[in-house]
Write a protein that binds this ligand. Structure first.
Ligand code: 26Q
Length: 798
């Protein structure tokens, strides 16, 4: 199936009915929403398979280079609607289902999210795969088929409670199990030297089995593969034990193996050094590299040609064992000499960095690495010795330092290209954490500013806006997002009214959902002010809730003033072990309970925090947002990608000069962006000011009042001391400068109020933002990687 061969509703009707009958074993009279969802999914999958085969055939024929994207996370979300939209089948399938009294929306929402990621990094990988397919860039995503994705969040008494996620409890119709694509992954044991050659005798082995999901691009012209590895035992039973009658203990190898792909680790900087996590990272890396080498050797013999055929991208340091593992496979298994193997590996590999926070840089103890991967520890030592000899670097710039393996340094040293994810971030990489490495390996660091796929993040999630865009500038913007600029030249009262109407419809839909799920009534004419992202101190949800409390105080002091009504919407999960983040969640919920029940203010200020923010919730919420909160301490957010989704969907940003905010502001025009706060340089200077927090608090009566209310337990009379720790933290530590940016934030929010109250002005701001957002398509990002990092050509004639 492709754009040249459209599917009629009649054909689809027959195929869906066949899957309902013969795959699901149901007749229409007894089919549930689940049965319909499976029947539609299999029907759509069948259509993708044709383009998938064609893409594979073309890739082999051309013999060009392929991209291998190694990532511990792929935050895909729901698959069916995305596939339907990309194949252009939405209307036909809706027609078919409606004829049987079934709603496509219900069917689509029956699908669980594939939540195989924590947040930005995992969602970026998912957008990249879709863009690579849209662009005809031949590639594979390699990841882990976690049985349990990111935990589900609910609130009890305002506190986050985690429950396991179980998307694989039901059959997953999008994957193809490939028992023939299986690799043995070794662990532990010892290394022996035989005639100058290292021989690793692993003590444990696990089988990695491939599960393939096709990823279809826009208009179904191309499909790439997401290959996820599931762990299986190499032997089902310990036969000796089984035969001696100990049947329970005999099953131990099976249990051990399966734990490897059991659960996604929540991003957690406080909880490192977990052996199972290291094993997961090696499991992914080794399986992927064995697969890459097998595919290469099925077509070629001379391994020195590998760098011309394979570009391997490491998504952060999580797959950084790819360097040592590729060297090991080439030397130990394929008989190459060390120098050649290392040269090949370092010409294939590239590394994307996603954080500069020192506490978030991955490090593993040499003791753990040596025990779990004894051969790799030797190889790492050798790479490090050569790195030291070549650069004469200081001890703290070595890969192994203070008995720890620094994965960032390892990835950097072994990569042909290293990139940051926004202009500011890449710049700061060169100036701070990687300054010395940048000097030692000049030119290695480059920038590839993130992007997001407009198919999912506009076309699918915001049909109302999509219609306005198409009616205004014509079809074809979805894979040529720079065309959104044309909206500016169509500025008219009618266009502005249409944009406003689309936004209002989305706000009404979201309000209905909130009413249904939470029993809270929202006013769709109020400003929807949204901060959704993982809960992290550097992202400063605390600044936002402090401002909310200050706003409540101000309204109560003067309820008759001309206030702009607001709904403050929060969403996001905290890592289970991140104490302060969990305190912030509880505070937001406590404040919400009090503020929402204040009859004096409840028509002017509401706070909602729907639990379990995920990709599907983002798809409902972002199109309904008026204001996007991107308020991290400058220099801390590598890029952000939510910020881009909001801009495309006609929300204005209140933000700091951090990550990609800087570029968003440039593209939409500085006058169309609500900027506040210190710059990254000012932040550094501020840290050097003694007592910075105390001094800042003394400058703001509003902030003093907020902190005083928390000290008095105003939002939690049942336990008034609950937030004393948080308040003390703000007064005496304030590591992310909430206090120092507070006054500027408040002043900027006042400007936002005034702008929102002026409908004509706001509508124009919205238009400028949408029109300026084209740069943030992940198609542009992938084209950048193809040209500057991978040296790969598109195989589509566009
Ligand atoms: C590490 C070790 C053990 C367990 C988990 C982890 C772990 C997992 C996920 C560490 C970090 C992450 C995720 C990081 C992340 O999402 N970073 C974000 O990446 C986005 C895409 O580039 C950027 O836009 C964000 O700025 C950045 O915070």
């Amino acid at each position: 199936m492709n754009a040249m061969n459209p599917m009629s509703a009649d054909v689809l009707r027959v195929r869906i009915a066949q899957h309902l009958t013969y795959t699901m074993g149901k007749d229409k009279a007894h089919a549930s929403t689940y049965d319909w969802r499976m029947a539609v999914s299999y029907t759509v999958r069948d259509l993708i398979v044709d383009s998938w085969f064609e893409a594979t055939r073309k890739t082999y024929e051309q013999g060009g280079k392929r991209v291998y994207y190694l990532s511990m996370e792929f935050l895909i979300g729901r698959i069916l609607e995305d596939a339907v939209i990309n194949l252009g089948l939405h209307e036909q399938i809706e027609e078919v289902l409606n004829a049987d009294g079934v709603s496509l929306l219900d069917v689509v929402e029956n699908e669980p999210d594939a939540a195989l990621g924590n947040g930005g990094l995992g969602r970026l990988a998912a957008c990249f795969l879709e863009s690579m397919s849209t662009l005809g860039c031949p590639g594979f995503g390699y990841g882990i088929r976690y049985e349990h994705g990111l935990f589900r969040q609910r609130f009890e008494g305002g506190r986050q409670v985690e429950a396991p996620e179980d998307w694989l409890n039901q059959p997953h119709p999008w994957e193809f199990e490939r028992p023939e694509a299986s690799y043995t992954i070794p662990f532990k044991g010892y290394v022996e030297t035989q005639g100058g050659k290292a021989v690793w005798h692993p003590a444990e082995t696990v089988l990695a089995r491939a599960y393939d999901t096709p990823v279809v691009g826009w208009k179904g012209k191309w499909s790439n593969t997401l290959r996820l590895w599931g762990a299986h035992p190499t032997e089902l039973f310990d036969l000796e034990r089984f035969n001696s009658g100990d049947h329970t203990a005999a099953a131990a190898p099976e249990a051990l193996a399966r734990t490897l792909s059991r659960v996604l680790y929540p991003e957690d900087t406080t909880d490192s050094g977990k052996e199972l996590r290291l094993k997961q990272e090696f499991f992914l890396t080794s399986a992927a590299l064995q697969d890459i080498l097998r595919r290469f050797l099925s077509e070629y013999e001379d391994l020195s040609l590998l760098p011309g055929k394979a570009a391997i991208q490491m998504n952060d340091t999580h797959p950084a064992l790819a360097g040592p593992e590729l060297i090991r496979l080439l030397v130990d298994e394929h008989g190459l000499d060390w120098a050649q193997a290392k040269d090949i590996a370092s010409r294939c590999l590239n590394y994307t960095n996603h954080t500069l926070l020192p506490e978030a840089l991955e490090r593993w103890s040499t003791w753990l690495v040596g025990r779990v991967l004894p051969r790799h520890m030797q190889i790492i030592e050798q790479i490090d010795a050569e790195h030291q000899a070549a650069t004469k670097c200081a001890p703290d710039l070595r890969i192994v330092h203070h008995d720890q393996v620094h994965m960032g340094t390892l990835a950097f040293v072994m990569a042909a290209h290293v990139n940051g994810v926004s202009a500011l971030h890449s710049d700061l990489m060169k100036k701070t954490v990687f300054a010395e490495l940048d000097k030692a390996y000049p030119g290695r660091i480059l920038n590839q500013t993130n992007g997001v796929t407009p198919r999912r993040w506009i076309r699918l999630s915001n049909p109302a806006l999509s219609r306005v865009i198409t009616e205004t500038i014509g079809a074809g913007w979805e894979d040529n997002l720079d065309r959104l600029q044309e909206l500016n030249s169509h500025e008219s009262p009618e266009l502005l009214a249409n944009l406003r109407a689309a936004k209002r419809a989305n706000k009404v839909a979201f309000s209905n959902w909130v009413q249904d799920k939470m029993g809270i009534a929202l006013d769709p004419d109020a400003m929807f002010d949204v901060q959704v992202k993982r809960i992290h101190e550097y992202k400063r949800q605390l600044l936002n809730i402090y401002e909310t409390i200050a706003r409540w105080n101000a309204i109560r002091k003067n309820p008759g003033a001309n206030w702009t009504p607001r709904v403050k919407i929060f969403g996001g999960k905290a890592a289970p072990g991140y104490f302060t983040a969990k305190e912030i969640i509880r505070l937001i919920n406590d404040v919400a309970k009090v503020v929402n029940n204040d009859p004096l203010t409840s028509h002017l200020l509401k706070i909602v925090y729907p639990a379990n923010y995920n990709v599907s919730m983002a798809q409902r919420l972002i199109p309904a947002a008026d204001l996007s909160e991107q308020i991290s301490t400058a220099g801390k957010e590598a890029s952000g990608t939510g910020n881009m989704k909001f801009t495309m969907n006609g929300a204005l940003t209140i933000g700091t000069l951090d990550g990609a905010n800087v570029e968003i502001r440039e593209h939409v025009g500085p006058e169309n962006f609500f900027l506040f706060g210190m710059t990254a340089d000012e932040v550094q200077a501020r840290y050097r000011t003694p007592d910075h927090a105390r001094k800042a608090i003394m400058q703001s009566q509003e902030l003093q009042d907020v902190l005083q209310m928390l000290v008095e337990g105003r939002f939690n009379p049942e336990e008034p001391t609950r937030y004393h720790g948080l308040v003390e933290h703000t007064w005496n530590h304030d590591p992310f400068l909430v206090a120092s940016d507070f006054v500027a934030f408040l002043a900027c929010q006042t400007k936002v109020d005034a702008a929102f109250a002026d409908h004509d002005r706001w509508d124009k701001l919205v238009l400028r933002n949408i029109a300026g957002s084209g740069y943030f398509s992940s198609d542009r990002t992938i084209q950048g990687y193809m040209a500057d990092v991978w040296d790969v050509k598109s195989l589509l004639d566009r």
